[in-house]
Design a protein around this ligand. Structure first.
Ligand SMILES: [Zn+2]
Length: 140
C-alpha cells in the first residue's frame, strides 16, 4: 500500500478546509470516509465545462466531459484522470465495494462501481463535498 504524498493531522485538514470555505461535510467525508446525503451536494446536478479537483489538496481528478447523470444523487464520472485516484477494497457496512481516495493526499472521495457507461463501464460515485470545481482552464 502506498502512502499519499501529502499527510496532515485532522486539525490541520480541518483548518485548511475551513480556510478554503469548503462545505461543512467536507472534513468528515474526506478524512473519515463519511457519505453525504444523496441529492444534497452542490455538484450533483452541475454541468458546467471545467474540471473537478480534490477539495483537500487541489489535485485534478476528473474532467467535466466524463460526468454523467447516474440518477443516484451523487456526482458521477465515467473516467478519472490517470493516476489521480487510488482504489482500496472497502468491506464496511456488510458490502464489498471499491473505495476511491485521492492519490496525492489520501482524501476519501467515494466509491467506483462497474455499472457505468461505455467505454469504461465505470461509475465513479463521488461525494460532492470532496470535490472543488474549476472552470475550463486556459485562455477564454
Ligand atoms: Zn487530495
Amino acid at each position: 500500500m502506498t502512502n499519499p504524498r501529502i499527510q496532515k493531522s485532522d486539525a490541520e485538514w480541518k483548518a485548511l478546509l475551513a480556510e478554503k470555505g469548503a462545505e461543512p461535510a467536507a472534513f468528515e467525508v474526506t478524512r473519515h470516509a463519511a457519505t453525504e446525503r444523496p441529492f444534497t451536494g452542490k455538484y450533483e446536478a452541475h454541468w458546467a465545462d471545467g474540471s473537478y479537483h480534490c477539495v483537500c489538496c487541489g489535485a485534478k481528478l476528473f474532467d467535466s466531459g466524463t460526468k454523467f447523470d447516474a440518477g443516484c444523487g451523487w456526482p458521477s464520472f465515467s473516467q478519472a484522470v490517470p493516476g489521480a485516484i487510488t482504489e482500496h477494497v472497502d468491506r464496511s457496512h456488510g458490502m464489498v465495494r471499491t473505495e476511491t481516495v485521492c492519490s496525492n493526499c489520501g482524501a476519501h472521495l467515494g466509491h467506483v462501481f462497474p455499472d457505468g457507461p461505455a467505454p469504461t463501464g465505470l461509475r465513479y460515485c463521488m461525494n460532492s463535498a470532496s470535490l472543488d470545481f474549476a472552470p475550463e482552464d486556459g485562455q477564454a
